[in-house]
Design a protein around this ligand. Sequence first.
Ligand code: NDP
Length: 310
Amino acid sequence: MEQVKCLIIGGGPAGYTAAIYASRANLSPVLYEGSQPGGQLTQTTEVENFPGYPEGTQGFDLVEDIKKQALRFDADIRNGAVTKVDFSRRPFVVEIDGSHTIEAQAVIIATGASAKYLGLDDEKKYAGRGVSACATCDGFFYRKKRVAVVGGGDTACEEAVYLAGLAEKVFLIVRKPFLRASKVMQDRVFATPNIEVLFEHQTLGLGGTDGVESASLVYRKGEADERRVEIKIDGFFLAIGHHPNTEVFGKYIETDEAGYIKTQMPSTRTNVEGVFAAGDVADPNYRQAITAAASGCKAAIDLERFLGSL
Ligand code: NDP
């Protein structure tokens, strides 16, 4: 069986940054990128708030740059997703893609978070045929068309503004009477003429023969003035938050109710000695590329100290 000192699970800013630090500490890290190499940054457009890029950069380029930096120090970055773990004994046993098995002295979990859906049957019915959780991936298909974005946070506002540059009309479906997004994002939404914000609306279902053609909404559900609203749309984008990718670590790793890994702050240690967590998988609060990268650095330093103490 292959044996490694340092196994990093997840290829986003946290994982790649951990790989930079672990490589430079001569730990010969092996990193598996998972099913979405690059992580959520590959699904965003411009990143304006990562220090060191005074003119901003593209999310994809940013994460690619971090990866290149890890490769420069000979990090072993591989395709593949972890399908099973046994953290009950050390070295830990980790299975990749249901076949290859590795023994690791220490592990950094940096598996990130994935988009949430509303849970409607129609989201599955129209998956890939009008329903998407990534405006920057799929927005191009909706040039000069009509789309809806669900959510009232920064992601929803950012995606609505992005789509407004491509589509003829964008509805922003918000369940509350206000947006939760930062002031600057709200201002951008309200300053974009082809975005219509539908406050206090919830989605009941989608319609259409081949793909999405309409959405059925309810306005002020449960109130005296409740009414049904139909909108004609070609695309339906979810932007209602994310859930952490922790399922595979199951019984071994302690999480909070939402599934985020609990770490022994201010360190990145988990409840299992020798397993560390970095990035969005352990961060329900900040979820920024810069905080993910920073925690990847911390995890690599924590791991190095752990191995040094054995
Ligand atoms: P948030 O959790 O901030 O917002 C989720 C939004 O979706 C809320 O408006 C919420 O409504 C709504 N929502 C959740 N569930 C449902 C549902 N079932 N039906 C309808 N609406 C629903 O997630 P984001 O992804 O927007 O942002 C995550 C974090 O990332 C935040 O901290 C944000 O600031 C940050 N971020 C920063 C960016 C930047 O700085 N450029 C860009 C994007 C994100 P409600 O308000 O009613 O709960």
